[in-house]
Design a protein around this ligand. Structure first.
Ligand SMILES: [Zn+2]
Length: 326
């Protein structure tokens, strides 16, 4: 690893940011570095203020929803803490995968081989491809929807197309007033780079409306320190809609002619100058609007890379990519 750049006095030259807005504040962590709380009845969430997973305690055993390695062994500690307090078994019987990504499932193998793992059929395919012993492939798979019934509880899993990843599913707890949907909306924060490192721009930007079609009060969204509300989803949608509008305006107003003219035969330099100018023009008002409103908004590279991805999707998916040569 390299060390951060230093200033003239030799002190680390870390960028400065505005204070985190109140809406983005995390939970108070215990001495192990986690916080676990009751979302609704016997459904609990656990966070380290960066990642979040969930579990359901029942008389027949515990169902875990995602096992981020960042939380790691603290998932077990959180389950033990809650089941000891409620007098229920701490035996884990099932694990549900929201999607295949290692940063959400890389602690799955800590729970051994003697549990039932459930995931989308594409999750299984991708995990077979990735061949990671930390993420055992799901034994039970589905294509469109699956109902898990265990311990007197019901959980509805559904796949509504690719979004953040090809296999990212909606996990609805109809009797807990809760939806779990990972890596799209961050409660109180903007997405990190490139729409939260997402594969499918159209799928990602359309997913929050699908999430809102479900009845729920609590959204477990996979990151940061609190469960999201419907208002958090609406703020996220507004942020994305603002980027879309700003990108369209920038595409219509930045003139590529002088940029390509300047670089002549180095056409790739012209492409870079043009797309960078459109991105900067589109992102600047969004960064200004959301700084102090949503966490991370003044970490400008996040909004710039998300804007670049949305602007490219406007050109390439929706079209037109540019004027037709006369
Ligand atoms: Zn992911």
């Amino acid at each position: 690893m390299t060390s951060p750049a230093t200033d003239a006095a030799g002190a680390p030259d870390f960028p400065e940011y505005a204070p985190v807005p109140a809406i983005a504040k995390g939970a108070a962590l215990n001495e192990h570095g986690y916080h676990v709380w009751q979302v609704e009845r016997n459904l609990y969430a656990v966070t380290d203020n960066v990642y979040m997973s969930a579990f359901l305690t029942t008389p027949d055993g515990v169902v875990i929803f995602d096992a981020p390695p960042n939380i790691g062994h603290n998932i077990r500690r959180a389950v033990d803490e809650i089941t000891a307090a409620t007098g229920l078994t701490n035996q884990v019987t099932h694990m549900v995968y929201s999607h295949h990504h290692s940063d959400h499932q890389g602690a799955s193998s800590l729970f051994g081989g003697d549990i039932v793992r459930i995931g989308h059929e594409e999750t299984r395919r991708l995990l077979l491809r990735d061949n990671d012993p930390a993420r055992p492939v799901p034994d039970v798979t589905f294509s469109d929807s699956y109902t898990l019934e265990t311990g007197g509880e019901r959980i509805e899993l559904a796949w509504h197309g690719p979004n953040h990843s090809p296999d990212n599913i909606y996990i609805h707890f109809p009797d807990h007033d809760t939806l779990m949907f990972i890596d799209v909306v961050n409660a109180g924060w903007i997405p990190i780079y490139n729409l939260n490192l997402s594969d499918d721009v159209i799928g990602y930007t359309g997913a929050p409306a699908i999430a809102l079609d479900y009845p729920w009060t609590h959204l477990i969204s996979g990151h940061l320190g609190r469960v999201a509300t419907r208002e958090d989803v609406a703020m996220h949608q507004q942020y994305i809609a603002d980027i879309e509008a700003s990108s369209r305006e920038a595409l219509a107003s930045v003139n590529p002619g002088p940029l390509f003219g300047h670089y002549g035969e180095n056409v790739w330099a012209g492409v870079s100058a043009y797309l960078d100018a459109v991105t900067e023009h589109a992102a600047a008002p969004i960064i200004a609007k959301y700084t102090g409103v949503l966490g991370g908004a003044d970490i400008e590279v996040y909004t710039r890379t998300t804007t670049f991805a949305i602007m490219q999707s406007i050109r390439l998916d929706r079209g037109p990519s540019g004027p037709v040569h006369p």
